[in-house]
Design a protein around this ligand. Structure first.
Ligand code: FES
Length: 88
């Protein structure tokens, strides 16, 4: 098992899972919010091609958590809808 944090909560995920998969396995399905209306967003493409899963990981904003492997000790947070510059 891989231990990580989400919004300060200690969670566990399976080795080899993405961050988004580990969050889903822990019952967390809201990964971000839309810019204009702040509606909750979850998985959409799950292949790193949209912006539905942008989160802050270890202090870095705009990480597409659907394609980033979970690592021990990661600190994952929701971010404001306008999280800053996008990183591909
Ligand atoms: S769900 Fe589309 S980039 Fe992650």
């Amino acid at each position: 098992m891989v231990r990580f944090k989400f919004e300060g909560r200690e969670l566990e995920g399976r080795e080899g899972d993405t961050i988004a998969a580990a969050l889903h396995a822990n019952g967390i399905k809201v990964l971000s919010h839309s810019r204009r209306h702040h509606r909750p967003r979850g998985f959409f493409c799950a292949i790193g091609q949209c912006s539905s899963c942008l989160m802050e990981v270890n202090g870095e904003p705009n990480v597409r958590v659907c394609i980033v492997p979970l690592e021990e000790g990661m600190d994952v947070k929701l971010q404001p809808a306008t999280g800053g510059e996008l990183k591909w």
